[in-house]
Design a protein around this ligand. Sequence first.
Ligand SMILES: [Zn+2]
Length: 247
Amino acid sequence: MGLSTVFVALFVASVGSLLIASSMLLMNDKHLDKLSGYFLYTASGILLGAAFLGMIPKAVEMLEVQKVTAFILIGILVLFTLEKFVLWRKCPDENCERNVDASTAVALVGDAFHHVIDGVVVTSSFLISTEVGITVTLSIIFHEVPKGLGDLSILIRNGLTRKKAFWYKTFTVSMAMIFGLIAYFLSESIKTIIPYVLSFSAASFLYLSLAELIPEMHKKSTLKDSVTQISFILIGVLIIYLSLFLK
Ligand SMILES: [Zn+2]
């Protein structure tokens, strides 16, 4: 896989999604609420689809199934533990203590770590095949838009100016590019760890979708909201299906 493809994918997934999120912040609240909702719902479907239809089957082709599932389990446990220490955006109530107490520095380190993983998994997936690469890149874009929106608003709520919040996020998302490119140049030596990276990232996609995005959806529970949510989740899964199996 060529360097330029990987570079473009990394750029769109990191800087591109941050730009989408930042420009959405300029919309009025009603439109923002609607559009970010659609992103969130589609993202859950895309993440589930990418993990179950793309990444886990690919990892199983390269590694014994027992090891793959063990790594997914480890991934879920690690993510939960990390989340306990990096209490940034998990607070359901805007005014709850955790957000106020969470230092921006700790939050940024946690966020940077997230983007390092995103970058490495984009590169690893392109090393497997273009289809898996596109699938994973789509998953990153779709979860990064709602995540970027959430992160920016929390940074602003914590007292940062819009501009500063944007540059802080630019710094953390650029980790995806830096580490994604490092992974590309080390591709010969990281080949053996690719199935592990895939399993761990599949765990992170499942965790994001099931433990973060889907609980968020339950805040809206009218029949219309539910039908909209289910439809967009299915659209997300369909997007992954088409990108993986349509040639
Ligand atoms: Zn991400």
